[in-house]
Design a protein around this ligand. Structure first.
Ligand code: SF4
Length: 221
């Protein structure tokens, strides 16, 4: 797939020669003003509409290549960078079964990831507020599952042709420890992954014990 812009989540061209643009939707949410702007762009340029992606985003669909820059400009600030794919469920406070707050965890992860400017891998995250795992946590590079005692951190999950459930790195983590464990895991992953290698293949090649050790053991000061 040809990427028109550098940022993950910008316009991509499809097999039919038309392009699609994915406006920024932090934590899978879009407010009324942003929805209106997307609707206006679709109507103004006579585009077919939007479709929902597997990553909980709305994609402006069927853009002729010669209109990509115009549509991107019209979408304006909504054409934000979403460098890390993050799927999350409703979580505590919105789902009656939720045991942990997925939206605040996703926001904290996004803030941390944005600060990691040197990171060379683009992991996919799944965040679920309880063990039912509706945030697709088991089939993401990095998964989080909430329970009454905190978060379980998973690594190495994958969906698709070679599906693989993630494996547990640690349980009962508080919010702050999640961020520390995820950062150490990503540093280890980025420092040792082959070009284009996803977490599932990395976990099988390197071994989960090495990933767990890296996640749990801070570098000496
Ligand atoms: S994983 Fe749990 S908290 Fe999240 S939507 Fe599913 S049932 Fe609700």
């Amino acid at each position: 797939m040809k990427t028109v812009h550098d940022t993950f989540g910008a316009a991509s061209c499809r097999a039919d020669g038309l392009c699609a643009l994915r406006p920024a939707m932090p934590q899978g949410f879009m407010d009324a003003e942003s929805l209106m702007r997307v609707a206006e762009v679709v109507r103004k340029y006579d585009l077919p509409g939007v479709r929902a992606t597997g990553a909980q985003r709305l994609e402006i669909h069927g853009i002729p290549p010669e209109l990509v820059d115009t549509v991107t400009q019209a979408v304006g600030s909504l054409d934000g960078k979403c460098p890390f794919m993050m799927t999350l469920c409703l979580g505590k406070g919105q789902c009656s079964r939720g045991l942990q707050d997925t939206r605040s965890m996703a926001a904290a992860l996004e803030n941390m990831l944005e600060a990691m400017t040197d990171i060379s891998v683009r992991p996919k995250f799944g965040v679920s507020g309880c063990p039912r795992g509706c945030g697709q946590s088991w089939v993401r590079d990095i998964g989080l599952i909430g329970d009454a005692k905190g978060w379980t951190l998973l690594f190495g999950g994958a969906a698709g042709r070679k599906a693989r459930p993630g494996e547990i790195i640690a349980k009962h983590l508080c919010d702050g420890d999640v961020l520390k464990y995820v950062k150490r895991t990503l540093d280890f992953f980025a420092g040792n992954a082959k070009k284009g290698e996803r977490a599932a293949g990395f976990a099988e090649r390197i071994g989960m014990e090495a990933v767990r050790q890296a996640a749990q053991n801070p570098e000496p000061e």
